[in-house]
Design a protein around this ligand. Structure first.
Ligand code: FAD
Length: 471
């Protein structure tokens, strides 16, 4: 098939970034700051990825439980600037308090809650400042590959199908779409049976009586509302396959994002399955809200502010690189010479069939508690982003080369930004020297990351204190 070659406004691009989520935005910004000409294509009409279009309005994994930075660089810059502008919050630890609304357990203050309706504009301004060209409602469709390099990226938008010539491609689609279409090795879901962790349809609520709700939690010490749900299961009112309530305060008091639905059996790479998941999710949101209003103290007058227009997909394809980060690597606290960042997050990957169970987090011998006891952080070796055999392609974000359960800590948004930033900086050498991402000079890359404020050395991390009591 012949495609019209598109060079927007007569420009040629050094790098096409596919996907404007946390990984893609950080990659586009850092690559542009290296002086490269960048085109960022995004299938939705907003930047921010899951945080914005799936209403997952909290950047996790970038701070300790005391609120100190574990991911620096672009993540810290965006978090601090967005907070200054009133689009984000940096919660602090409240001594002498057991529960707080940003994740309920007092140690869960490490996230950065966001206003999804302003973060998109904020990110757009950052792209303008860095001279990144953005094309919305533009889908990556395919690539034209020559000699193990992507020569052109095929996209589709209202102007039709177009081919964009480029020197390098950053695949930040979250699904390894570019790698898959270019013939790279990928894996989908669990190695044994391909099953994927459940999807969720997130919704935001307002008009909650937060004081009443918090008083109930302080009294029952049951932030996941297990007691209420157990009773409702007995009466048959609760017939969902999950049995925990998950929610977190947004920027304003009395407003929460609710992350309770767990939609099993959804394949985020299959159009019909996504549609079925969305429809099922909307029905469950409606039913959950009726239950909350009737049975959850403080929710009597709560109202839905927004239901995410896009399904929250936690897991689909990942690349299989020459190197794969394993659970053993994490349990043994292995440090890597090509480390480009860290995640400060646990083994959070719900079981595909038992969605309220975290196979590793709930097994103290295998996972989270063991790891947290030792105060460990999750390293992000550069090689997990490098697919094979395509040389001028890199995959920061959710679709990296990791063993299934390792996805838990690496998939959250702060580490995705850390990876994106590293991929953007690495692109300079790839474009200017005409080499593959697998040949990038790691010492130089890590130096440049340090200069940009990124945290790439374990010695530079703040102390990470174990909080094993409330997993
Ligand atoms: C329900 C749920 C709750 C979560 N909770 C949290 C949380 O509280 N905090 C946290 O930090 N993380 C959370 N996560 C994880 C986190 O949101 C994702 O893992 C993270 O957003 C991945 O970042 P990414 O940049 O790799 O991909 P994404 O955020 O998915 O961004 C990918 C972008 O690429 C675009 N795109 C995809 N395909 C194409 C294509 N073919 N062409 C063009 N554009 C394309 C998408 O529209 C999207 O904007 C949650 C995830 C889910 C699903």
């Amino acid at each position: 098939m012949e495609y019209k070659t598109q060079i927007l406004d007569g420009k040629a691009y050094d790098v096409v970034v596919c996907g404007g989520g946390p990984a893609g935005c950080a990659a586009a910004l850092s690559a542009a700051r290296q002086g490269l000409r960048i085109l960022l294509i995004e299938s939705m009409g907003q930047l921010g990825g899951m945080a914005v279009t799936a209403l997952v309005s909290q950047w996790l994994g970038g701070r300790t439980q005391e609120g100190e930075w574990v991911v620096g660089g672009i993540f810290k810059e965006l978090s601090e600037e967005a907070t200054e502008k009133g689009f984000a919050l940096l919660p602090t630890l409240q001594e002498g308090q057991d529960y707080q609304p940003f994740g309920f357990y007092n140690w869960f203050i490490h996230g950065v809650p966001l206003d999804p309706y302003m973060i998109d504009t904020f990110l757009e301004e950052k792209m303008d400042e860095a001279d990144v060209d953005v094309l919305y409602h533009t889908n990556f469709v395919d690539t034209i590959v020559k000699d193990d390099k992507i020569d052109q990226v095929i996209v589709y938008n209202r102007s039709g199908l177009q081919a964009i010539p480029t020197n390098a491609v950053i695949d930040a689609t979250g699904n390894a779409d570019v790698a898959f279409k270019s013939g790279c090795e990928t894996i989908k879901g669990r190695r044994e049976d391909g099953k994927m962790t459940p999807a969720s349809l997130i919704f935001h609520v307002y008009n909650v009586d937060q004081d009443a709700f918090m008083a109930y939690i302080e009294k029952t010490r049951d932030p996941k509302l297990r007691d209420i749900i157990d009773q409702l299961k007995q009466t048959g009112e609760w017939d969902f396959p999950y049995d925990i309530f998950v929610a977190s305060q947004l920027l304003k008091k009395d407003e929460f994002f609710v992350n309770t639905t767990r939609l099993t059996g959804v394949d985020g790479t299959n159009g019909a399955s996504i549609t079925e998941g969305l429809k099922r999710g909307r029905k469950e949101v409606k039913k959950l809200m009726e239950i909350f209003k009737k049975h959850v103290p403080g929710f009597e007058n709560a109202k839905i502010k927004a239901v995410a227009p896009q399904l929250g997909i936690r897991e689909t394809r990942r690349i299989v690189g020459d190197f794969m980060l394993t659970t053993d690597d994490l349990a043994n606290d292995i440090q890597f010479e090509d480390n480009v960042g860290f995640s400060m997050y646990g083994w959070d990957l719900p079981d595909p069939e038992k969605p309220s169970i975290q196979p590793f987090a709930d097994d103290s011998k295998a996972g989270y508690k063991y790891k947290m006891k030792k105060g460990l952080s999750t390293p992000l070796p550069y090689r997990i982003m490098v697919p094979k055999p395509i040389k001028n392609l890199i995959n920061p974000g959710r679709a990296v080369s990791v063993e299934g359960q390792v996805l838990g800590p690496v998939r959250v948004m702060a580490p995705c930004m850390a990876m994106g930033e590293a991929a953007g900086i690495a692109s300079e050498e790839v474009v200017k020297a005409g080499i593959g991402y697998n040949d990038v000079n790691i010492v130089r890359l890590r130096d440049k990351l340090r200069t940009a404020g990124a945290l790439v050395d374990k010695a530079a991390l703040p102390p990470i204190h174990p909080r094993i009591d409330q997993v």
